[in-house]
Write a protein that binds this ligand. Structure first.
Ligand code: M6R
Length: 607
């Protein structure tokens, strides 16, 4: 949540910072601000998206070659201009900061600094950082940041500048992401790489509890006690083009369409000539055979991918598996041990609850495998093993291609573990792998039926409630379909295990209530049909997701969204596609900004 961008170098940086903010807007978009420094400090802040800030700063050139910028997702203090960043300490102090995360002891610090004469201009927790730096400053910004940092509790990343320290930006992190972009003679710092991807692919990752001092000639990394840390330069293989809409009306639509490639890339060389290899999984065959349990931990869409993982791991690898919401699990006294494999799933690799759950799991002796889409993200440093999904950059706040990539990885993982444990015979595994290899094509075909989804959206986009039902592997897809619709269209949705409908949700059904039912071919198909009949009997309208060739379902449903035939388990990766398209089509008919739904942020770095 919140995006930070900083630049120090020799070029006028106003446009570089604004462009960086636009790239980070997915992290929060309540308000935005920029601070340009060239002997004097020019700060502009605006409520609203970066476009409002851009309009406010205008198109005229500004000579500043150093600056900070911020896009906000409010935690402490309402969405008003005085709470937007960059935030200054006392008037005339010259100290400016941008901050992401939460300062947990801000109230105590605020009282203490107020008593020492500091005057506050905002309701944010962030402002105490600026005043603390001002209080600790005696001519050396690095020392002031180090001293201030030592007094802060919570999880955060912040960057600071001082009018009297030209050519120096100082930043620190504890729990929130921060990365440096390296160009000869200039340095960027940001919450995420897309902020400077148009300028460089060379990056230096800032680790937790580190302070980084950026000057045009390079960055110096320091530990909290001031010791210099050696940090290499990595090169990422993302390109700027990926961060553009490339002719699509929205990022979300582009990302929905990119799913065949996301699946294909995630399979990649892991499946070669019928052999399945998962480099990155640091468990010996014996350790895999000895596993007593698998626990998936994640939030939001990634939690739904973990639910799919649970089904396939039980089915193919015969390991007792469960899936839990990270923010719940971390406060349970869950029973795990050295024979438990914990699989933490997160697109961003930075979700605070998932990170905390991982820490907890490792402390209790489990082997923790991270599944993430972002190389070098915090998760990859706090795990025992890591497997990357390769969906490419996802900018739309609603997860789409990262979900199908996660589900694909679940298939590969379950098959690999099943083969090692001898719970799936080689012929069946070969057949399944063959079908997995065919998933990108099947996904392409499924997405090609968008014209079937459009009239359904036309008919129901004014409805204020949708129910989603599924059983077995259809349940996580129902949950994900419902989440997509509610987050981008603001329509209330409920998603239920179809067998549970009679235990309560059936009371919600009225004449014409749209009910999306995952009714793909599987061993629970007949059971789903019974539930579907119950829905129809109450006058509700069924939108069924079914397998090609199932003509009988046309008699039972108002609308049918067909999927190409494949193995029942693999249909999960396809069944979600028309549901994403439906959510998209409904939200756009309601005139909403699907890439930046209200109140949300793509990366959730606060509890
Ligand atoms: O980065 P993560 O996968 O951990 O993110 C988890 C959730 O915040 C995320 O899936 C969220 O629910 C999305 N808005 C779903 O579209």
């Amino acid at each position: 949540m919140c995006g930070i961008v900083g630049y120090v170098g020799s070029r006028p940086c106003k446009e570089l910072l604004l462009h960086g903010l636009e790239r980070l807007e997915y992290r929060g978009y309540d308000s935005a601000g920029i601070c340009l420094m060239n002997g004097q400090v020019d700060i502009v802040r605006r409520v609203g998206k970066v476009s409002a800030l851009r309009e406010a700063v205008g198109t005229s050139a500004h000579p500043a070659t150093m600056g900070l910028a911020h896009t906000r997702w409010a935690t402490h203090g309402g969405v008003i201009e005085s709470n937007a960043h960059p935030i200054e300490a006392c008037e005339g102090s010259g100290v400016t900061v941008v901050h992401n995360g939460i300062i947990e002891n801000y109230a105590t610090l605020r009282r203490e600094l107020s008593a020492a004469g500091h005057e506050y201009h905002s309701d944010t927790d962030s402002e105490v950082i600026a005043h603390l730096i001002e209080e600790c400053y005696s001519g050396d910004l690095v020392e002031a940041v180090r001293a201030a940092y030592a007094r802060l509790d919570g999880h955060f990343a912040f960057a600071a500048a001082h009018r009297e320290s030209p050519g120096v930006l100082v930043a620190a992190r504890r729990g929130c992401p921060l990365v440096v972009g390296v160009v000869e003679g200039e340095m960027f710092m940001a919450s995420a790489i897309p902020a400077f991807l148009s300028q460089t692919r060379k990056v230096q990752y800032v680790h937790d509890d580190e302070i980084v001092v950026a000057r045009p000639g390079g960055a110096t990394f320091l530990s909290g006690d001031g010791a210099v840390i050696d940090r290499g330069v990595d090169e990422v293989d993302w390109d700027e083009e990926a961060a553009e809409k490339q002719g699509y009306e929205t990022f979300m639509l582009k990302e929905i369409e990119e799913q065949p490639d996301a699946i294909a890339e995630t399979i990649g060389e892991r499946l070669y000539r019928g052999r399945l290899q998962l480099d990155g999984l640091q468990l010996s065959d014996q350790q895999i055979r000895d596993l007593s349990r698998v626990v998936f931990l994640a939030c939001g869409t990634s939690y739904h991918a973990g639910l799919v993982g649970r089904y396939v791991l039980e089915e193919w690898a015969r390991i007792p598996s469960e899936s839990d919401i990270a923010s719940e699990w971390r406060y349970r006294h869950a029973v795990i041990d050295e024979r438990t494999l914990v699989i933490a799933v997160a697109q961003s690799g930075e979700t605070i609850d998932t990170l905390a759950a991982m820490k907890e799991a490792r402390a209790r002796g489990a082997h923790v495998l991270a599944v993430t889409n972002v190389m070098g993200s915090q998760m990859t440093r706090e795990c025992d093993s890591v497997l990357y999904t390769r969906a490419g950059l996802e900018i739309g706040v609603a997860a789409t291609k990262t979900f199908t990539a996660q589900v694909t990885l679940m298939y590969l993982l379950a098959l690999r573990l099943g083969l090692i444990r001898g719970t799936i015979d080689a012929t069946r595994a070969r057949a399944l792998l063959e079908q997995v290899r065919g998933l990108p094509d099947l996904a392409r075909r499924t997405l090609g039926r968008r014209h079937v989804v459009e009239p359904i959206a036309d008919r129901y986009f004014r409805n204020e409630f949708f129910l989603y039902l599924g059983r077995n592997m259809g349940l996580p897809i129902a949950l994900e379909g419902a989440l997509k619709l509610k987050e981008i269209s603001y329509i209330a949705t409920d998603a239920y295990a179809a067998g549970e409908m009679k235990h309560g949700p059936i009371a919600l059904l009225e004449e014409g209530t749209p009910v999306v039912v995952i009714a793909t071919d599987s061993h629970v198909y007949e059971k789903v049909v019974s539930n579907l009949e119950e829905v129809r009997a109450r006058g509700a309208h069924v939108i069924a997701v079914a397998t090609e060739g199932n003509e009988a379902i046309r008699e039972l449903a108002e609308h049918v969204l067909y999927l190409p035939r494949t193995e029942p388990e693999l249909q999960a990766a396809l069944a979600v596609l028309p549901l994403q398209q439906l959510a998209y089509a409904i939200a756009t008919r309601r005139g909403l900004d699907v890439d930046k739904p209200r109140n949300l942020a793509k990366t959730v770095t606060v509890e």
